[in-house]
Design a protein. Structure first.
Lengths: 216, 563
């Protein structure tokens, strides 16, 4: 069974929010999972892994201490790839000026890749990232990838180096359907469920404002 | 003549005005019927396998220049006590999907195991929408029994309801596994928003007239008689109802760029016509004819809801005002459209102003219809936050776009009395009382004004030259609102400039706004958060669609005027 990208995004947004992410980050986490899924990469799976690991942890503990530091690192030595990625996208012009941004101890580095797409679109030049033996580059539309599945799925990268401009070799076009395993779907659903208000008789009767009878 | 400016978002984007919008040339139903007529689409019934109890399936296919689309309809035998328009319903009189192409028997088999269950089923990238409909029990029985006894149904009873079935949800854009919009967005027939959904409703209406005939034939046969054939005139007078609840309201807030593009297209149309130097005699004649025909719609618009009763009274007063004004006005004078618009702002309520504004654009298809291609949105480019923007620039946008919100006292309970949330029951969107119900922890981000005021406070002690990127590192809770604010700078009509959580908020204003872009008329609120409308009433049935009747069908009771 395949999923639409919209379904993946909608579930991931709710899941991110359910894990305690602010709405804005949950939205970006969801767009990112969608973006990765469109390239056949395990965005939803890695997001589920991350949410389980960082469940309800305050954002400030897993954020870069400073964006002007030589090397970005988080106080607890396991940076959230969502916050790191969002900060990278926010710092697109800084990345261009510096030529590269290095981060240390980043969880699930694959989840930072969609944010490179955002930065690349803003700059109009491709952005690349390297960790261990993985190298990915994107112009925001297409993805170039040289990495083993193990490297892509790694739980933590000691060192991530983002660079721009970057060369695009061996382009991958996005596909518009994706598959999320049943177990990943239910892990994300468990987080998403936290965002739904329990049904009460009062809310059932009044909250949606339907009339007492629908027959005419 | 001085250049006519676009209308100020501070005027347009108030809830009361958005809740007074009327359909126009840029309504999605009319965009679709114009295209299908222009391109010579053809329509065929490919299957009608429905038994004497009204149970089975049917397939209706529309053939465009390059591609075909098929409505696959499933008819059910629904016990009366299960008939509900709520999202939380679990059974319906009929269920539908719009299939991309012509379905094979394997598709029909697959869909028959899924579509009748709606949210509990799954579809694939070959399906473009999923929907369901319930009968108007009263009118359905009247039409079946009349035809079965050999006579036509009573036109007055038909007019009183307007439809045989009403849809209670039409899901598109990837819902339940259907094709994402991106899969079809580059097809010309889907360049404008909601065209797949509008096509599914157009075909649904045709199916419903054939289903009611089938049921009348069955009943007549049981008594050894022959049923009357429903007259095409009566069939055409009926639309498809739609029962819309709260779910549609968050849509406008959740798609700010798309919403901007809808409003912007209509505002461009209004501006283009206000800028016309001198109207030709035929343009004036068409306008005056459509004013008269539009009056018929307003005359026969009925609602039992106190809010709409009051709005209708005001609109009817406006209509009389317009009638008197037009008697003394020469619309062939230079700048007459702009003068008429300015007169309406000074003399009419919002309902009347927006009625006239939409009507003015009618004679100007050549100026206006092209804007239909600008109404869709690709969110990718606007989703990224510009982190290098300075705090001073952010502050300036907030002061401009959200001035009303910065002047609102958010500490007062009445200004944040409500909260939007999603219920675990089928994920139904609901609106609750923040201070009376345990819902605040579940609040959805649907109060942009309050959030903008909070953002304004959060940046108040930051230096002007600081960058958004550094601010957001410390205030990730503001990312959502910073993004909206940056969007609103580029897209002036993206944001509703009103309080969406006050004790006075009327969600039906948002529903009416969205449904007016669909092309609905005769809005009939059932509560402050629930509205019924009719779609395609008086529209040509698929087999009679031509260039002569594709556009002005929405104006009743007069011969079709060629554009």
């Amino acid at each position: 069974m395949t999923h639409s990208l919209n379904e993946i995004e909608a579930l991931c947004k709710r899941a991110g929010r359910g894990s305690g992410l602010p709405w804005g980050l949950a939205e970006e986490a969801a767009k990112g999972a969608r973006w990765l899924s469109a390239f056949g990469l395990p965005g939803a799976e890695k997001l589920a892994d991350l949410l389980e690991l960082n469940d309800r942890i305050p954002a400030i503990d897993v954020s870069p201490v400073s964006l002007s530091a030589e090397i970005w690192h988080a106080p607890v030595r396991r940076m959230s790839p969502l916050i790191a990625g969002a900060s990278l996208s926010d710092s697109a012009t800084r990345l261009k000026e510096r030529g590269s941004i290095t981060m240390e101890n980043v969880l699930f580095p694959l989840l930072t890749v969609p944010f490179m797409g955002g930065a690349a679109l803003r700059l109009g030049t491709p952005v690349a990232v390297e960790w261990q033996d993985a190298r990915l580059a994107t112009d925001g539309h297409q993805l170039c990838l040289t990495a083993s599945d193990d490297a892509l799925g790694i739980g933590q990268a000691d060192r991530l180096v983002f660079t721009t401009p970057a060369e695009m070799t061996g382009r991958k076009e996005p596909v518009l359907r994706a598959t999320v395993s049943e177990s990943d779907w239910s892990r994300l659903s468990a987080f998403a469920h936290r965002t739904f208000a329990p049904a009460t008789e009062e809310s059932r009767l009044k909250g949606a404002g339907a009339g007492t009878t629908d027959n005419d | 003549m001085a250049e006519i400016a676009f209308r100020d978002p501070n005027l347009v984007m108030r809830l009361k005005r958005l809740g007074s919008l009327h359909q126009s040339r840029l309504s999605f139903m009319r965009i679709l019927t114009r295209r299908m007529a222009r391109e010579g689409w053809t329509f065929e019934r490919r299957a009608f396998e429905i038994d004497d109890d009204g149970v089975g399936h049917a397939v209706y296919t529309a053939h465009g220049p390059e591609r075909s689309y098929s409505l696959v309809a499933f008819a059910h035998d629904l016990p009366a006590e299960q008939r509900s328009d709520r999202v939380i319903a679990e059974a319906w009189d009929c269920t539908f999907t719009l299939h991309d192409g012509v379905p094979g028997s394997d598709d029909i088999e697959r869909l028959s195991r899924n579509i009748p269950y709606q949210e509990a089923g799954r579809v694939t990238g070959k399906e473009l929408s999923v929907s369901r409909a319930n009968r108007s029990v009263r009118l359905w029985e009247h039409v079946v029994s009349s035809l079965a006894s050999g006579v036509q149904p009573d036109a007055r009873q038909i007019d009183a309801v307007g439809y045989l079935m009403r849809t209670t949800a039409v899901y598109g854009s990837g819902k339940l596994g259907a094709a994402d919009r991106e899969m079809i967005a580059n097809r010309p027939e889907f360049a404008s928003p909601f065209q797949a959904e509008m096509l599914s409703v157009f075909l649904t209406r045709w199916f419903v007239t054939e289903l009611v005939q089938h049921m009348a034939d069955v009943r007549a046969r049981q008594t050894g008689r022959e049923a009357a054939k429903l007259s095409v005139d009566l069939a055409r007078s009926m639309g498809i109802g739609n029962s819309t609840g709260l779910g549609m309201a968050p849509f406008l807030l959740n798609h700010p760029v798309l919403f901007n593009n809808w409003i912007m297209a209509r505002e461009k149309a209004i501006q283009a016509v206000r800028s016309v130097g001198r109207a030709s005699a035929s343009e004036v004649e068409l306008f005056l004819e459509l004013v008269e025909r539009g009056k018929t719609t307003i005359k026969t618009w009925h609602s039992d809801h106190p809010i709409q009763i009051e709005k209708l009274a005001s609109l009817r007063e406006d209509v009389e005002n317009v009638t008197r004004h037009l008697e003394d006005t020469d619309l062939s004078e230079p700048g007459a459209w702009n003068a008429l618009y300015q007169w309406s702002e000074a003399n009419l309520g919002e309902e009347g102003q927006e009625w006239i504004a939409s009507l003015m654009t009618e004679p100007y298809g050549h100026l206006v219809d092209g804007f239909a291609d600008e109404m869709a949105a690709d969110n990718t480019a606007t989703f990224r936050i510009a982190g290098a923007m300075t705090i001073a620039d952010l502050r300036a946008i907030l002061e401009d776009v959200y001035a009303w919100a910065l002047n609102t006292d958010w500490a007062r309970p009445e200004n944040r009395a409500r909260a939007w949330y999603v219920s675990e029951e089928k994920l139904e969107p609901r609106l609750g009382e923040r201070f009376e119900e345990p819902i605040e922890d579940y609040e959805q981000p649907l109060a942009p004004g309050r959030d903008a005021a909070q953002l304004y406070t959060a940046v108040s002690h930051w230096p002007d030259e600081a960058q958004i990127a550094d601010f957001l590192l410390r205030h990730p809770e503001c990312r959502h609102t910073v993004r909206r604010t940056q969007i609103a700078k580029r897209a002036p009509y993206a944001e509703i400039r009103d309080n969406t959580i006050s004790d006075q908020v009327l969600p039906i204003d948002m529903l009416r706004c969205k449904l007016s872009f669909f092309g609905a008329t005769k809005f009939d609120p059932r509560s402050d958060r629930w509205v019924r409308i009719c779609m395609y009433g008086n529209a040509p049935l698929p087999f009679e669609l031509t260039g002569d009747n594709a556009d002005y069908w929405v104006f009743p009771n007069a011969r079709e005027t060629a554009a």
